[in-house]
Design a protein around this ligand. Sequence first.
Ligand code: GDP
Ligand code: MG
Length: 178
Amino acid sequence: MDHDRKHFIKAIILGDSAVGKTSLMNQYVTKRFTQQYKATIGADFLTKDLVVDGKPITLQIWDTAGQERFQSLGVAFYRGADCCILVYDITSTKSFESLSSWKDEFISQSNCRDPDNFPFVILGNKLDKEPERKVSNTKASQWCLANGNIPLYETSAKDAINVEEAFQFIAKKALANI
Ligand code: GDP
Ligand code: MG
């Protein structure tokens, strides 16, 4: 690996509508959370500069603009992705059950060479809503284990729990894979 060049990593964030994908990205990049629901944002991606194992990285995070409701995100969205962040909402069983189809969709659309070793991470978001939890940590962990031992983070975009850690982790995993 070239140690002088700054590395670019393209991350894409997928999951059902309203699980908190845009909020997670905004919390990570801008350290802010807004309660108001906006299904669409203007930008295709946000970037953040970070350091992984002493190496400067530019992480480019691609978010959907609400098209995930129709599962038609287009090839440009998936093209060249170095890692994939799959999000569900711990208070929504349906969003958890959609993980498989999002993972399959990613694998079929991105033409990734080696799906079994591709850097995925699962985020179970809205951890601050613990009293309304529908998906247990055990159930989610079992799914992750059965689906290629994908790492799981339970997060809150609202309270900034595990957000930094999860993105740092995926950047590191992606870097090791390029
Ligand atoms: P997206 O459709 O997956 O991009 O989801 P959004 O980021 O637009 O979030 C959908 C709704 O869930 C918004 O009303 C957010 O304010 C809310 N939300 C997102 N993340 C969290 C979280 O961690 N905790 C709570 N309580 N609400 C959240
Ligand atoms: Mg969104």
